[in-house]
Design a protein around this ligand. Structure first.
Ligand code: SAJ
Length: 419
């Protein structure tokens, strides 16, 4: 059996490689020639624990080939990005052009699966009509399904195999064809439904998380106002058997949770006041961090500040929609001289924000250290060693990753969100 995976990003590349190491012939397709050339020489364009080894094994086995062009196959998986435009509308161009690229190769009996997070009805109203330009009828001549990826960056390889997998067919036969394919490597339960339900499920999951993080962030502001330690308050509230408050932080980033709720808002603006407000609360959280910095330092104009971490969350190299970057931007627009350090991307430089190549470079001249991402490298820092590397004697831990008493013992004054 041969499959063609369109899009070799955080989802497509692990998926293609996993199918290949399970014995399928896989053509991995990406429109970006640099990604394709790199992979052909064994170089990955993204970091995910274990992925390099997996991809190299898949390539060495001869089962995975990468190309800029799709080829005829038994199944096609679309795993291209669905970003949004500046006005928050879903940008479906990649899904559209991937679907169009399949048309010339589509044969009777093929299966097409859309994995990209998409607004409700995309499979039925956007993908099916494009594929039917082949002259074949969706659901009759070929199978078509939506199957959302639900893997957590940082744990993609394990979750790809172990998570329950939803497969929504445009008809039951399509869902069953999807099950036959994914059961090659999925060990979690495979649950069949219809395509539009599966699209909604994906958006509901991430929206649920966004709304829950928003309330944690709002609690951090309330706690700050009332002089309450928000972390202690959350810990105690979570002793209630039906309460599970998530963690406040500098905001919500990444390519999923900060994007997907907008797909629901766009699809039904009249029905989504809560979802929109939660997005706004999370998008405003970097401002809250900057206000705290200003409360600590006073006017930040001209003041050297170290920002530790630029990634959107701990232990990943992904900087998309990162609230840490937003914090840096805001500090810079207030005139601060920000030295940022991102251990997973020391060569980062974009839009006025750059990573220093080492920690010491970022912190040595700083007056204040702001911890924005709880990377393990930062959590395990020894405050006594840090004290020797920097002039700063004040830290703002925006992610509650440092033990305040240890930093205090090393001579630092410690501030946190909400408390
Ligand atoms: N965050 C908080 N507080 C928390 C948890 C997270 O501020 O208590 C922040 C993170 O720092 C980050 C953002 O939220 O900026 C999102 O991080 P995350 O770890 O919650 O989720 P993602 O975006 O890495 O992955 C999510 C997952 N969805 C859910 O947990 C419902 C994952 O399973 C999905 O596959 C993924 O989105 C996706 O691709 O849609």
């Amino acid at each position: 059996e041969k499959i063609c995976v369109l899009g070799l990003g955080y989802i497509g590349l692990p998926t293609a490689s996993t199918f290949a190491t399970h014995g399928l012939k896989v053509i991995g397709v990406d429109v970006n020639p640099q990604i394709v050339n790199g992979l052909q020489n064994g170089h990955l364009h993204l970091y995910e624990p274990g992925l390099r080894t997996l991809v190299q094994a898949a390539l060495r086995s001869g089962n995975l080939m990468v190309s800029q062009q799709p080829q005829p196959a038994d199944a096609f998986i679309i795993a291209v990005p669905t970003p949004f435009y500046a006005d928050k509308r879903a940008d479906m161009r990649a899904v559209q052009s991937a679907s169009e690229a399949i048309v010339p190769h589509l044969r009777r009996g093929n299966l097409v699966i859309l994995e990209s997070t998409s607004p409700p009805l995309t499979t039925v109203n956007l993908v099916a009509p494009i594929l039917e330009k082949s002259g074949l009828k969706a659901g009759e001549d070929f199978f078509l399904a939506y199957s959302p990826e639900r893997v957590l960056p940082g744990q993609i390889l394990r979750e790809l195999i172990e998570n329950a997998r939803i497969i929504g067919g445009i008809n039951p036969e399509s869902a069953e064809a999807g099950r036959d394919l994914y059961s090659i490597f999925v060990r979690g339960e495979i649950i069949l439904t219809d395509a539009t339900t599966a699209e909604m499920v994906k958006l509901m999951e991430n929206t649920y998380r966004d709304v829950n993080i928003a309330i944690a962030n709002e609690f951090s502001r309330l706690a700050d106002r009332f002089g309450v330690d928000v972390w202690e308050a959350i810990r105690l509230a979570n002793r209630h058997p039906r309460v599970n408050i998530l963690s406040p932080g500098p905001g919500v980033g990444g390519h999923c949770i900060s994007v997907d709720p907008w797909f629901l808002v766009e699809a039904a603006p009249d029905l989504t006041p809560l979802i929109r407000t939660a997005r706004k609360v999370n998008d405003d959280q970097p401002h809250f961090v900057v206000q705290l910095v200003q409360r600590i330092l006073g006017d930040v104009n001209g003041r050297p500040i170290a920002a530790l971490g630029l990634a959107y969350k701990p232990n990943v190299d992904d900087l998309r929609e990162s609230p840490a970057i937003e914090v840096v931007h805001l500090l810079q627009s207030a005139g601060a001289r920000v030295f940022a350090y991102e251990p997973y991307k020391t060569d980062y430089a974009f839009n006025g924000v750059a990573s220093t190549t080492s920690l010491i470079e970022a912190i040595q001249e700083a007056e204040l250290l702001v911890l924005l991402v709880a990377h393990d490298q930062f959590k395990t820092l020894d405050p006594r060693q840090v004290a020797e590397m920097t002039k700063a004697r004040v830290v703002l831990d925006a992610v509650n990753a440092w033990k305040a008493h240890e930093w205090q013992a090393a001579g630092f004054q410690v501030f946190r969100l909400g408390a």
